[in-house]
Ligand binder design. Sequence first.
Ligand code: ATP
Length: 352
Amino acid sequence: MSLRLTGIKKHYPDFKIDISFNANDGEILTLLGPSGCGKTTTLHIIAGFIEPGEGRIFLNDHNVTYLPPHMRNVGLVFQDYALFPHMNVFSNIAFGLRMHGWSKKDMEKRVKNLLHLIRLPKYENRIVTELSGGEQQRIALARALAPNPDILLLDEPLSALDALLRKELRSEIKRIQRELKITTVYVTHDQEEALALSDKIVVINDGHVEQAGTSYDIYNRPKTRFVAHFVGITNMINARVTGSDGYFTELTSPEGSFTVHFPKKLARGSDVVLFVRPEKCLVKKDGKNMNTVSVRIINFEYLGDSTVITLSLKNHIFTAKLFGTSSFTVGETVKLTFAPEDCWILENTQDV
Ligand code: ATP
C-alpha cells in the first residue's frame, strides 16, 4: 500500500505544519527531526486522529483525508507500549481481532503466528506487567499487526528502552517489516536509528520537510546545514565557486582551494558551503595532494574502535575520525586531506 501526503497543513496558535511526502508500497519511511518539529502531529494526521486544515492523504491513490481512524486500517505502536495491564498477552494481541468479530479459533491461530513472528512463542498466558520493556514493545507491535493493517505507524517505539535493547529491537522491527512487506512510517529523533532502519528518511524541521531521501543521501548528500548537522558530526567551510563543469567544482575559501566531485554545474562566483564528514578526513604527517591543508591537533579522544581528533584550521575547527589508534600528539602540526569524492557542496548557505 503506498502512502502520499500532499500539501498537508495544520495551524496551531504557535506552530504550523506544511508537509508533503510519499512512501512506496512496502517501504519503511522515517520522520526524523528534533523534539517539537511536528512528527507526532503528522503521524496522527495519517492515522486520522487529527484533521488537517488543508491537503490530502492518499492510500494507494484512494483519498482517505476525511475517513475516521477505524476506516483507515492502520496499525499503531506508541512509545509507552500502551498495553492493557489487566489483560494477558493473548488478550492484548487479540484485542483488535475481538472487536472485528474474529472467531476464537482464528484468533488463537493468528496470535500464535504473531508470537512466532516476534520470537516470543508460548507467551499467550503471560501477564504483560511482568514482561521486560523490550518484550512489552514486541507485544505492542504484535497487537498493532494483528488485524493485518495496510500501514504501520510507529511513534518513537524504542525511546523508553536502554541503548543495547534499542539496537536489538530496531533490527527486529526491520526484520518483521521486511518479512511482512508492510508500508511503515516510523517516527524518531534518533539519527542513527533513522539511518539504520529506513528506506527513506524525511527530515522535518519546524513543521516543514527539510529533505527527503535515502539514508545514504541524507548522510552524505545533505542539502541544508540543518540536515548536515542533524544526522551527524559535520565539518563545513563557507566557500565560493571559481570553476564548475558539472563533474568537478573548484572552490576558494579562507582555508585554501578545494576540488569537489559534484554532479551539477554551479555558477562561477556563487557562495556555497564545503561539507566533509569526520570519517572522510585523513590526517597525515605530510602531503601535497589536492584538498590538503595544514592543521594543528588540539584534542584526541580514543574510542576503542576509532580515534576522534579535533583539528584547528586557520578559521575553523574540524573533527576527524580515524579507524583504530593514532600516533599523533596534541599540539603537533599535520596535514588534513580529503578526496574530491569524499566531500560535498551545500548550495543552501543559510545558517540554521
Ligand atoms: P516530540 O519528539 O517531542 O514528540 P514532535 O516532533 O512529535 O515532538 P509534535 O508533538 O507533533 O512534535 O508537536 C509539534 C508542535 O505542535 C509543538 O510545538 C506542540 O506544542 C504543538 N502542538 C501539538 N498539538 C497541539 C495542540 N493540540 N494545540 C496546540 N499546539 C499543539
